[in-house]
Each structure stands twice: as C-alpha cells, then as structure tokens.
Design a protein around this ligand. Structure first.
Ligand SMILES: *Cc1c(COP(=O)(O)O)cnc(C)c1O
Length: 381
C-alpha cells in the first residue's frame, strides 16, 4: 500500500508522464516563438523599438480591456513606474500585503517610500479589504491632498494589492475602502495574466497595474513586464517615462524628467507575441489540471486551493494547504526528495531585514498561510 505522499508523487508523475525531475513551472514554446524571433533578427530591429513591441502592447490592451498598455523590461519595473505615476513620492507610505514576492515591497522602496503591511484574506490570499478598513479607521486622517497616517504623519499615497498565484483579490470592497480614504489603487497583477474578477481582468480595476512575463510566469518574454491603465494620459506618460523621457525631435536630445530605460526589447516582445497567441490554450490546460488535482487531493484529505466566487483564476501556481507546519514540512521533504518540485509560500516581508521595521497589523491570516501553503507543479502539460 502506498502512503499518502507516495500517492502525491505518483499522481504528479502521471500528469506529466515522466520519471525525470518535475519543476514547479516551466515555459512551453510550441507556437510561433521561433518564427517571430528569427523574423526579429532578420529585420535587425532586435532592440528598443520594433513592430513586435507595438503589437504586444495592443494585445495586452485587448486582453485586459484597458486603454493603454506599455511593455517594459520586467514586472518589478512596471510596478516601480506605476507607483510613481500614481503619485508615490519619497517619504510616502504605501499599503500592501506582507504575503507576497519581494518585488512588491521593493517597487515601493525604489520610489523612496515605505510599505505598510496589512493582512490578507484567507480565501484569496490577497490584501484584505477588511484589514485595510480596520487600519484606516484607526490610523487614517483625510486631508485636502490625500490620506495621512496618524502614527507617522506621512502620506499614504497608494495601496498595492497583489493577486496571489492568480487568485483575484476582493476588488469591489478594496476599491471602496481606498476610495473612501482617497488612496489610489495600483494592482500588482504580475501573477494573474488571464485572471478575472466579475468579468474584469486583473490589473484593469485600479488606477494602474503591472504584469510580469518572467520565465516562470503564465506566459514569458524571457524577461519582461507591462503597465496597463484606463487613464490614457497616464498611459502616455508611462511610455514616456519608461523610454528616457525624451522630447520627440528628429536629432536633438532633450529630457524634461528623470525617466528610465525600462523598455522591452523587440526581441523579447517577439517572444511575448507568440506566447500571447498560446495563452488561451495554456489557461485551458491549467484549468483542467486544477480540476484533476482538486479531485485527487479531496480523496487524499488534503485541501487544494480553488478560485473564489465571482472570479476566474489563471491557476498560475497551484497550491495545497496542509494541516500544520509539520505536515507541510513532511510534504515538502518527501516530494522534493522524490524529484517533484514543491515550494513553501514566501517568507513574510517583515521577517526580511530591510522591511523589519515597517508598520503592520496582526498578520493573523498571513501567518496561518505562511505555515501551510505549498505550491505544486503547475506547468502546462
Ligand atoms: C513575478 C512577480 C513580480 C515581478 O516580476 P519580474 O518580472 O521578475 O520583475 C512582481 N510581483 C509579484 C507578486 C511577482 O510574482
């Protein structure tokens, strides 16, 4: 008789039909990737301008239903610039979750601002509107130019929820809480390409949002990111800032703001375009795998995480919730020892030295999830 963990390993092996090492998430290139890359090389337009950059931006606009999408070098850069455009200035504070990948907090710090870590919801694993309300009732002070933190006297100039593993945050409630305190919402949608909340694509509901196309994400451009917004002026400004803020002129160099060289090379955009064509198929296979995992884990008495009401998740990284830390550690050890990669959720941001002194609330749910959530292989088959 196989024990429970042996069953898990053999179930995952059956899904991927291999005896070799099974990674958490690997890319698939079965479409026009090679053709578009060769086309880019033949055209000589491999670098900062080119037709694929424009095409990819249009594809992102269409997918997310936004008025402007801007391709950038990576997801972290997309968030850094999105926060700046939302009005984050050095010395400000930004509300976010501690249960996230490091880039969320770093993007805040790159703007000279400091994060305030608030709790997540147990169901979505994303920033909790309840926690945001509770915090602002206690510490918020509404002034003419925005919301201030009574504890520090600093301006809270943005709120950045993150759609964990592609499960959308409770956006209506969060947008309502932030609107009440006049705080713009910047969505970290890095993990949620293809995820929807009440029919709206993640990243499109706040003032501005950012995506990542890193190698381990749902689709990849090698490295890359995108900013999306429904504010056309802000979108045009985003393109300007990420392309060195140069005044258009046939030969003169004049830059009127401190911009960035954050543009996505055309070579990467070519890969991104080919991957976008594959997205629907990727999402369909991931949904199928998720439903197979759900049935299997139910039988094993392990909780497999599924999308919440009113949302459609992309099932980027799928995960199970173990009973406690011991069960989690046993699960991690056995699966990794047997060549099936699994991984605990991130260490909470305030446990890291550079964010240890940040203001935070109880973190009851974040700490509960930190001890129990494990990601399991989620690649398209
Ligand atoms: C991947 C990711 C990013 C940024 O991605 P890069 O493209 O690697 O810079 C930001 N936030 C979250 C939550 C992510 O998972």
């Amino acid at each position: 008789m196989m024990n429970k963990l042996q069953q898990v390993v053999s179930f995952v092996r059956d899904q991927y039909k291999t005896d070799k090492f099974i990674p958490l998430h690997e890319p698939r290139f079965r479409g026009n990737e090679k053709a578009y890359l060769l086309d880019t090389i033949d055209s000589t337009f491999v670098s900062s301008v080119g037709a694929y950059v424009d095409k990819f931006e249009l594809m992102m606009q269409e997918l997310t239903g936004t008025t402007k999408a801007i391709a950038v070098v990576n997801g972290t850069a997309s968030l850094q610039v999105a926060l700046r455009l939302a009005g984050v200035r050095p010395g400000d504070e930004v509300i976010t979750q501690a249960l996230t990948f490091i880039a969320t907090a770093n993007a805040i710090a790159y703007n000279g601002a400091v994060p305030i870590f608030l709790d997540v919801d147990l169901d979505t694993m994303g920033l909790s509107p309840y926690a945001v309300n509770l915090f602002l009732e206690e510490f918020g002070e509404l002034r003419e130019d925005g919301c201030y933190n009574k504890a520090t006297g600093k301006k809270i100039s943005a709120c950045m929820p993150m759609h964990t593993f592609g499960f959308p945050v409770h956006m209506d409630e969060l947008l309502q809480a932030c609107a009440k305190w006049n705080i713009p919402v910047v969505e970290d949608a890095a993990e949620s390409l293809g995820s929807y909340y009440k029919g709206k694509h993640t990243g499109s509901m706040g003032l501005i949002g950012g995506f990542s196309f890193n190698g381990n994400k749902t689709i990849t451009s090698g490295g890359g990111g995108a900013i999306v917004t429904n504010n056309l002026d802000m979108g045009i400004h985003a393109k300007y800032l990420t392309t060195t803020a140069k005044k258009p002129h046939p030969y003169e160099f004049f830059h009127d703001e401190m911009g960035y060289n954050f543009r996505m090379p055309n070579l990467n955009a070519a890969l991104a375009c080919a991957q976008m064509e594959e997205l629907e198929g990727f999402l369909a296979d991931k949904r199928k795998l998720a439903s197979e995992y759900e049935v299997f884990f139910q039988h094993e008495g392990i909780k497999f995480r599924t999308e919440t009401q009113d949302t459609k998740a992309n099932y980027w990284l799928m995960c199970v919730e173990l009973a406690d830390r011991t069960e989690r550690d046993n699960f991690l050890k056995f699966t990794n020892d047997n060549g099936v990669m699994t991984r605990p959720i991130w260490t909470l941001m305030y446990r890291l030295p550079m964010y240890a002194s940040s203001q935070r609330d109880t973190q009851r749910n974040a700490e509960f999830l930190e001890e129990r959530i494990v990601n399991i292989p989620s690649s398209v088959r």
